[in-house]
Design a protein around this ligand. Sequence first.
Ligand code: AVI
Length: 314
Amino acid sequence: MTAQFKKDVYVGLSAPNKHLPSKYFYDKEGDALFVEIMHLPEYYLTRAEMDIFENQTDGIIKALQLSPDLYFELIELGAGDGLKTKRLLHLLDQRGYKFDYFPVDISQNALDKLEADLKSELPGVSVIKKQGDYFQILASLKEIKKPKVILFLGSNIGNMPDEVATQFIYDLGSNLHPGDKLLLGADLIKPASIVLPAYNDSKGVTAAFNYNLLTRINRELGADFDIGNFRHQPEYTEQEGVARSFLVSQTDQTVRIKSLDKSFDFKKGERIETEVSRKYNDEVIHKIIGGTDFKISHKLSDGNNYFANYILER
Ligand code: AVI
């Protein structure tokens, strides 16, 4: 992990347009800040997807073509606290559907907590937690011949460039069998007046989430970033449909990273791109899915039409 982290930081900060991969947001502090973000009034994504899971649970079950006599595997990639999925699990359990729930996450902590929650809230549901790399886990589950439903929620796909998203979904498909389903959560393109505050909340939690990346580099790679010398800056236009987050250098400065034995110069106003959050419409989704072995079978949206759950069949 550290070797890859070092390499990514080296490559990203040496580039003419400096950038850092957003996956490094998620250390212990970053995980906690992201949970806080999901509860912010401005961060509509979680509530919008929850609206679908709460009010259209029947529609989801129907679109996934589940029936009480079909034993299936429900696999959630990046399960986190499983808040939305609990609604679905509850209804499936109540109606006597037969399934195992596999929450997959890189955080063992999150999985242990989810398992404990489910044990008390839904003791009838079989929970088999899996910690680690999504694709290694899916490969290990490939020999299970039961039908599979993969959940990839929260618009997590949006943190990948479109070509990477296509490759990711293609790779998911190659670990599945024909007829298996993928339920994909996608934040929809909407005006900047709604999207921008979600990435620039009034309490400054998203800014802290962004600054934490520099704190992490300071701690893990022995750097001397002065966090006060950078400012969080999000950007979004409805026309492009992509939200981006930056850290902007407030002054001419040089930062030393001990474990890379290297210094990096920043000009006043120079930016590090730290995250891309793609927003979607049907056209973009069709383009991405066109390069995979999936077909789009259904689309469920929330009451405000802010967010969609696309149901794809392999
Ligand atoms: C995890 N991911 C979908 C979030 C997003 O909206 O792009 C991460 C996030 N970044 C800032 N706020 C939330």
